[in-house]
Ligand binder design. Sequence first.
Ligand code: KIV
Length: 279
Amino acid sequence: MSAQNQAVNRKTVKDIMRAKGRTPLVCLTAYDAPTASMLDPHCDILLVGDSVGMVVHGLESTVGVTLDMMILHGQAVMRGSRQAMVVVDMPFGSYETNADQAFLNAARLMKETGCQAIKIESGTYAAGQIAHLVARGIPVMGHVGLRPQAVHVDGGFRAKGRSCAERDMVLAEAIAAEKAGAFALVIEGVADDLAEEISAQVACPTIGIGASVQCDGQILVTPDMLGYFDWTPKFVRRYGDLRGQITAAVQAYAEDVRARRFPGPDETYRLVKAAPDSP
Ligand code: KIV
């Protein structure tokens, strides 16, 4: 039975906030309905990340991802899940201008996908946007440290907080997001002691990716942890080898087709001869 036919009873912002300092939150990215249905029973949060641009659409960075792409993938993940909280990323260019732009685009994401919260990559400048959205009923997850949407300013995807000035900046970003009302914070690509300091200083749960085991939760990009790619960042642990399994399956299919072993009798329709009319 698909998730569509089962009762929907999702984790709420309050459930996620209560997890601070308790059992770590389990979070993964999701982009489509069937994968979401497999992840959903095991996860507290499914993030429809703008990483979709890179891991699904083959883009070089997340900069090219649009609001329409996020809506389409958000809708699919909502259809495939029923108990995890679903958070959808605001893509580059959809929230930075001012609070009004952020609200109109976040409201569109919430209305058209049905997701429960949005995430923004939150430099200190974004505190105004976060406060504006939260005050108007939109829960916001912040994202500090390595911010992939800033790849062109940073000159690549590089870990943050290596110098004292950079550490102070990342800490300031985290505190600004929390003070503005973020209900949770993703901390990406920072030294573990910085992630621990942030986790100790903010009241909301922190969710690490390339951060620290002491964060209040962990997230990975699902195709990375399932082994879709030959290369993954240092912080990814591979829990599967789907690239190897898919390659072997497709090779076997191609061999069967070329040798006329597929389709076989069980995979073929036969016309059943109609019984002769009785006299
Ligand atoms: O877009 C994404 O997948 C993310 C995660 C890396 C947290 O932001």
